[in-house]
Ligand binder design. Structure first.
Ligand code: FAD
Length: 283
């Protein structure tokens, strides 16, 4: 099945895009999480969302959820690894699964965590952002996973079935639901080192000799998500219509730039959806 619009992200930008695309009778798929957005649920008090003065993040999430449920919009709980522009349509991959859509709206938010030294230099050379996608390369090998959220635990458990050694470096405080053979290391990653490929992860208090290092973040950099996407100052470059440099690909919310705010994200989601609709209608 080919969707009219695939929306990647379930924060205010993605959900606002979804409701507007749905109002225009488009066949949509929204990728994200049932929690909608960590950046929504974590807000202690929101004073600047029109009509909802003083609301906390959890209640804001619940009101977003009630809205999409009333409009029969579901969230497909998948982490998208790549979006490929095929010319007339897009192929969207989530681990081994593939989806197709005639247009795409990127609403992935932004990862506030900066890459560590050497991380970007070794992408594709021992450094990756999706452990399950690349697991086959690490059969019998030593792998470190730096998890920025609890979803990374699943990736660590999956890799443990294949790799000889898995180090899990959690960047959050919670109970860790990982296989007993996974070595949990509470430390601060500082640098990736190696010659042609990454071979060492330097942490504040130790050094790990590894064959692969995965950074499992809330959002991966859009330049790795969508090959060929134009980036400007760390954000996706768009025009006033939220169009990116790739025909049929739009973007909205924190991923296109500051200020990082809910209402701006929601407004841009709407603009992106309406322009995706007019792009589809002209096709
Ligand atoms: P996000 O809300 O970050 O949502 C992006 C979504 O995309 C997430 O669900 C993520 O999991 C998903 N995603 C990312 N990559 C993928 C992928 N590859 N596949 C599938 N899904 C993916 N703003 C205000 O206006 N007022 C406030 O009071 C305020 N308080 C804040 C308090 C805190 C503690 C924080 C952290 C932020 C606060 N903000 C506030 C900022 C606000 O949270 C963000 O600007 C807003 O959430 C951005 O919305 P977004 O839709 O662009 O991205």
């Amino acid at each position: 099945m080919r969707y009219d619009i695939a929306i990647i992200g379930s924060g205010p930008a993605g959900l606002s895009a979804a409701i507007n695309a749905k109002i225009r009778n488009k066949n949509i798929i929204v990728f994200g999480s049932s929690n909608l957005s960590e950046k929504v649920i974590k807000a202690p008090k929101v004073d600047n969302y029109l009509g909802l003065y003083g609301i906390n993040g959890e209640d804001l999430k619940n009101s977003f959820k009630a809205h999409i449920e009333k409009m029969d919009i579901q969230i497909t709980e998948e982490r998208i690894n790549n979006v490929y522009a095929m010319g007339e349509y897009f192929v969207i991959t989530a681990n081994e699964k593939m989806y197709e859509a005639n247009s795409v709206i990127l609403a992935t938010g932004i990862e506030y965590t900066k890459p560590i030294k050497g991380e970007e230099e070794f992408v594709g050379k021992g450094v990756g952002y999706c452990a399950t996608c690349d697991a086959a390369l690490y059969k019998g090998k030593r792998v470190a996973i730096i998890g920025y959220n609890s979803e990374a635990e699943e990736e660590a458990n999956f890799l443990m079935e294949i790799a000889s050694k898995v180090y899990y470096i959690p960047m959050y405080n919670k109970d860790y639901n990982v296989n007993k053979d996974v070595d949990i290391i509470k430390d601060v990653p500082l640098e990736v080192k190696g010659d042609t490929v990454a071979s060492k992860l330097i942490l504040k208090n130790t050094v790990l000799d590894v064959d692969g290092i995965f950074f499992i973040k809330n959002s991966i950099s859009p330049k790795y998500l969508v090959p060929g996407l134009e980036i400007e100052n760390g954000h996706i470059k768009v025009d006033r219509n939220m169009k990116t440099n790739i025909a049929g690909c739009f973007a909205a919310g924190d991923c296109i730039g500051k200020p990082y705010q809910y209402i701006k994200a929601a407004g841009e989601g709407q603009v992106a959806a309406l322009n995706a609709v007019s792009y589809l209608d002209k096709k």
